[in-house]
Design a protein around this ligand. Structure first.
Ligand code: SAH
Length: 258
């Protein structure tokens, strides 16, 4: 059996209870050493076979898994954040399916949630933005044209850029060319929830300079949108005193509203 497990954004105690239990009982752990905090490996039992996938290609990862499977062992494939985002898990699942090897997935706290916590930020502020666009700039992996930075920026929603801090110059220029205000608030969160985490809030026009100044090129998220300022929002209806909900009777003119 193979368990794909989300390691969480970094801090050792931000893995789920289920994820930790799986690490404790694994015979083999293959972890993404470029982004997973190695402290998480302290949950592994004595004698567990541990591999860092940053030195391996897909064939080599699968060879380790197949060997473990032939020996009736339990493998944990530990991915950073939540495995469903930029985790390259589908290609591994397909190869497991070809061999009828069972697997399951344990979700994790994605780094975009870790970054929001670090910033004390709510992504979805009423009256400002009710959507979060999770995306990336193209690198070696292409991005469909309909999902280009320019196309997505038109929505005016909060944008979270993964895998893009290598080119803050290109990103900010493209956003501004697409009509995003140079004064738009942005945040750079480096290694959210790790001990050496860093965070910076600036205007879009200063994004590149800020990243350069603090030498941030990788392991960072760039958040762009009015919600980064965390002000000027409307209070939620859900907790409005005059508002009646399924669970609570309100006091005011909207008391009958559902
Ligand atoms: N599955 C992961 C994302 C993997 S892609 C998740 O859910 O978070 C790798 C990219 O994620 C990095 O280039 C960086 O943009 C981002 N990332 C991962 N961990 C991070 C962290 N702790 N702080 C900031 N960004 C992080």
């Amino acid at each position: 059996m193979v368990h794909f497990v989300g390691a969480g954004p970094g801090a050792k105690d931000l893995i789920t209870l289920r994820g930790k239990e799986l690490l404790e009982k694994a015979d083999v752990i293959i972890y993404a050493g470029s982004l997973v905090n190695p402290e998480l490996l302290s949950y592994a039992r004595k004698g567990c076979e541990i591999h860092d996938s940053k030195e391996l290609n897909l064939v080599q990862v699968m060879e380790i898994i197949f060997r473990a499977e032939d020996a009736g062992k339990i493998t944990v494939r530990l991915h950073t954040g939540d495995p469903s985002l930029y985790g390259a898990i589908r290609e591994q699942m397909d190869l497991l399916e070809e061999r009828c090897i069972p697997y399951d997935v344990t979700p994790g706290v994605s780094s975009f949630c870790g970054a929001a916590a670090t910033l004390d930020m709510e992504y979805t502020l009423p009256g400002i933005s009710q959507s979060v666009i999770i995306t990336r700039m193209e690198g070696r992996t292409p991005v469909p044209e309909e999902e280009s930075v320019e196309a997505l920026a038109k929505h005016g929603a909060t944008m979270v850029f993964f895998l893009s801090s290598f080119d803050t110059k290109g990103l900010s220029e493209r956003l501004m060319k697409a009509g995003v205000s140079p004064e738009m608030p942005c945040a750079i969160v480096y290694k959210a929830t790790w001990e050496d985490e860093k965070k910076f809030v600036c205007a879009l026009k200063d994004l590149h300079e800020t990243a350069e100044k603090h030498k941030i090129k990788k392991t960072a998220l760039i958040i762009v949108g009015k919600t980064v300022a965390q002000s000027g929002y409307e209070k939620s209806r859900l907790y409005a005193p005059d508002f009646t909900t399924e669970f609570r009777t309100g006091t005011g003119e909207h008391a009958e509203e559902k």
